[in-house]
Design a protein around this ligand. Sequence first.
Ligand code: ADP
Ligand code: MG
Length: 387
Amino acid sequence: MKKIENVNLEGKKVIIRVDYNVPLDDNLNIVDDNRIKESLKTINYCLDKNCKIILLSHLGKIKKEEDKAKKSLKVVAKRLSELIGKEVKFIPATRGPLVDEAVLKMQPKDIIMLENTRFEDLDGKKESGNDSELAKYWASLGDIFINDAFGTSHRSHASNVGIASNIKESCIGFLIEKELDNLLPIINNPEKPFVVILGGAKISDKIGTIKNLISKADYILVGGAMAYTFLKAKGEKVGNSLIDSESLDFAKEMLEKSKKIILPIDHVLATDNSTSEYHIADTINDNEMGLDIGPKTIQLFESYLKTSKTIFWNGPMGYYENTTYQKGTKELCDFISKLDVTSVVGGGDTASCVINMGYKDKFTHVSTGGGASLELLEGASLPGINI
Ligand code: ADP
Ligand code: MG
């Protein structure tokens, strides 16, 4: 893994794998352009070095032909162009004459963006399956490969590992460097007390991360739907709350092994998640579901956070898609924003909450990677980084 500062980029044709997997609404407006903004440092650095810049990214998943219309990178090229104050030429193809001609015509400081790399998945998963012919083709377009897509760095795809294996020189960009600088100390050497906040929906996707964090953290505060799996494993009544039944045994084992896990003591309850009619109680009736942590739990969690020196947070505290149930997540954001701590957020939904609620700048680091940040905290070595 070489860093971008250690590569001679002057006048070179660079392929940058960026992560422009941004949320789009039904009218194809970009809902959150954070990932585009976070990519600017590497692109501007390459412009300063008079590079010709070829951008590659995926956007969502492409399973059938109809998916293409709503997953084109065209709108992203337009937004990038506005942000960077320069033309970004969008090429509506992933390979072939359109791409070859555009690359041939490039002048120093030109930027082109190819179409969504996962359009190649329709033809036998060529991108996601790291097809060697596709990887060789993309690698042939440039002199140097820069991986700056942290969000996909836990995957071996043609547009990251594939290109890196078929090009003379590869490195990681500034975005990935920043992610590593902020995430690795959390797992290798956190300043203590180290408190982890876990929430969200499922436990099963996060078992490795939970195991590793439990051995490093002083306390794990569990909210969100994840808490109901732990509460059920403890034998408490959780009514219709969302639980992850395949993880009940794991939750039980963790509770028996570790006294570090702190669970909610009251809940915001409703009969279904679409209503805004709720009440707050310590116990859950059969026809109710827990949709947010209650005020006593917020206080309890804050009492642990107050004395901490490092905080890592993954998973919202409630069903935040309904604004009625955002309070637990928002209050913790607000409380952490006033502390003098190292605070790191990982996870796609958690990052969106923190950004949309207006707290991005109050945290030490908000990771652009969901699965990738969790795999890194699991102690895994990520294929897209070890290039
Ligand atoms: P991240 O993407 O940050 O890793 P997850 O994907 O694990 O987070 O979890 C986010 C999801 O968890 C959201 O859709 C949110 O609505 C859901 N969630 C959190 N708390 C609850 C709850 N009490 N009941 C139902 N869903 C919940
Ligand atoms: Mg998620």
